[in-house]
Design a protein around this ligand. Sequence first.
Ligand SMILES: [Zn+2]
Length: 67
Amino acid sequence: MALETTKEYQGDTTATTLIALFCCLPYGIYSWVTDRKTMVICPQCRETADPEASTCPHCNEDFDQHR
Ligand SMILES: [Zn+2]
């Protein structure tokens, strides 16, 4: 069974991002969209984790057994 995935915003939420969002909206949206990263959802604890991880960083669930 394949692991579920989700999109999660990985960029910073500093003033620079906010200024980009408000002063240069197209760029801000572009930056926000492209910075999103596909994450896997742990079947055990429902937390998100890096797709490269072999175990859940939250509960140590072994992702390899779900692949
Ligand atoms: Zn987990």
